[in-house]
Design a protein around this ligand. Structure first.
Ligand SMILES: [Fe+2]
Ligand SMILES: [Fe+2]
Length: 339
């Protein structure tokens, strides 16, 4: 018997190297080397190499996954995701009354933080009940320390349970156009209290961002891109992220608003036929140990801004921004009285 025959019998009958080598009348190592060279040659030529026959037999167990069912579920899931994403590309908000309207943009609230001006939060919430004024919250409603950061509850007297009660009470105290969950809120994932309270309050809600278009009974619609945080920072401009978004947006909006950095900033730039306002909102958390520790310069002007919109005005007068919310409300009332 030659070595090829012995090797073939080894695979077919499950013989050991020693048994096959004895049949071929050669040593085990000679047969192994010959076999190795042969397999290498076959592999180079793309010839399937026979595997040694198993000397045991195992059963094929039934799977608990049905691939057809799984693919069907994934298909339906993807369709739902696509429909949801499409609906959020530009959310229409129908304004039913003519004339001016004001949006009160709330910066980062951090309601449970000891450095937060809680009275100012509720004072601004009360202002949203004035005729023609609607609130917009930009996110980070509570500290919501999670994971390694949970140790920071040691720095505040308000417990996590109390923070939830505070958040719910505050959100229900105002009238909202829409509410955004910031990074602190979304750390809770599906357990985000802000999402739940928003639906209770009948407010539009988005994680991180909403792109809305106000549609008035008269006048051109106005698009707002509100994000908890736009990408990009500059030491020369606090509103750099929002301004950059206005520059790169293929469909420019008139208002780009964000929070997160706890500093105030604002600038305008002519964007084709419209004027884009880039707003960086500060925070109600006015005493910040993190900022003190890192030596951040105080760039806080106001935790909120009142934006009065006149849909019938020209480019320069369509959007009026007041960093002093109380002064802005007086302006709003005056404009409402003129309508
Ligand atoms: Fe924040
Ligand atoms: Fe944030």
């Amino acid at each position: 018997m030659d070595r090829d025959e012995a090797t073939r019998m080894r695979y077919e009958q499950g013989l050991t190297w020693k048994e096959a080598a004895n049949m071929a009348g050669m040593t085990e190592s000679t047969l192994k080397s010959a076999n190795f060279r042969q397999r290498k040659k076959q592999a180079a030529q793309g010839i399937a190499v026979p595997e040694r026959q198993q000397s045991i037999e195992v059963p094929v167990l039934p799977s608990d996954v049905c691939i057809d069912e799984l693919k069907g579920r994934k298909r339906a899931e993807f369709r739902r995701k696509a429909v949801a994403a499409e609906a959020r590309k530009l959310i229409p908000i129908k304004i039913k009354h003519p004339g001016v309207l004001s949006l009160l943009f709330f910066g980062d609230l951090h309601l449970d933080d000891p450095g937060t001006d809680i009275d100012l939060c509720y004072h601004h919430a009360a202002l949203t009940h004035i005729d023609g004024v609607y609130g917009v919250s930009i996110g980070d409603h509570t500290n919501n320390w999670v994971g390694r950061l949970a140790r920071l509850y040691g720095n505040q007297s308000t417990t996590a349970a109390e923070a939830i009660v505070l958040c719910e009470d505050f959100l229900k105290s105002a009238r909202w156009a829409f509410i955004i969950s910031g990074n602190h809120d979304t750390w809770s994932g599906a357990g985000d209290i802000v999402r739940w309270v928003s639906s209770q309050a009948g407010a539009l809600h988005g994680d991180h961002q909403l792109r809305c278009q106000l549609r008035f009974p008269q006048g051109d619609p106005l698009t707002i891109v509100a994000r908890h945080n736009f990408a990009g920072n500059s030491q020369y401009s606090a509103s750099f992220g929002a301004n950059k978004a206005s520059m790169l947006d293929p469909n420019p909006a008139e208002l780009y608003v964000n929070g997160h950095t706890h500093v105030s900033g604002y600038n305008i730039r002519k964007n084709g036929k419209i004027l884009s306002h880039a707003l960086q909102l500060s925070s109600y958390k006015q005493h910040d140990t993190y900022a003190a520790e890192h030596g951040f310069q105080d760039q806080h002007v106001s935790p909120a801004v009142l934006v009065t919109i006149d849909p019938l005005a020209g480019m320069a007068g369509r959007v009026m921004v007041h960093h002093d919310v109380d002064v802005g409300v007086e302006y709003h009332k005056w404009r409402m009285g003129r309508a």
